[in-house]
Design a protein around this ligand. Structure first.
Ligand SMILES: [Zn+2]
Length: 137
């Protein structure tokens, strides 16, 4: 088995704060919370890059990403939700979905260096519930 933190989260060996899960995809809150509600969409099929997935799987990743983004817009009363696919860090495809707030302090691309706010556990839980409740799949 590949030593991959996301595969371990998918297998339930490492706990996570789940936003959504189906047979192909899991969506969890990113531990860094660069913005409040910062989530990552992870396909269960381990591939190094998003571009390695077959079309059908790729489309499903994008479809769920859109649903998560729209649930954030609905739940958090915001318009701007950012999607970032980088690929450095964990070597298992993941799509960052970041709700953007006017006062979040970040420039166009949120980075750990531009994070000015730390969020309380209750605050994160509350946002997680809001996003989950607004999610229509
Ligand atoms: Zn993996």
């Amino acid at each position: 088995m590949i030593d991959c933190i996301f595969c371990k989260i998918i297998a339930g060996e490492i706990s996570s704060q789940k936003v959504y899960e189906d047979k192909d995809i899991i969506v969890i809150l990113d531990i860094s919370q660069l913005t409040l509600g910062h989530s990552i969409v992870i396909p269960k099929n381990h591939k190094r890059w998003l571009w390695d997935h077959e079309d059908e799987e790729y489309c499903k990743i994008m479809k769920i990403s859109k649903k998560i983004a729209n649930s954030m817009r609905e739940a958090l009363g915001i318009e701007w939700v950012e999607m970032i696919v980088a690929g450095i860090g964990v070597e298992h495809t993941h799509v960052h979905i970041l709700p953007r707030y006017e006062d979040d302090g970040h420039k166009e691309i949120p980075m750990p260096e531009t994070k000015t706010k730390e969020f309380k556990e209750e605050e994160i839980k509350e946002v997680l519930e809001k996003i989950k409740n607004a999610l229509v799949v």
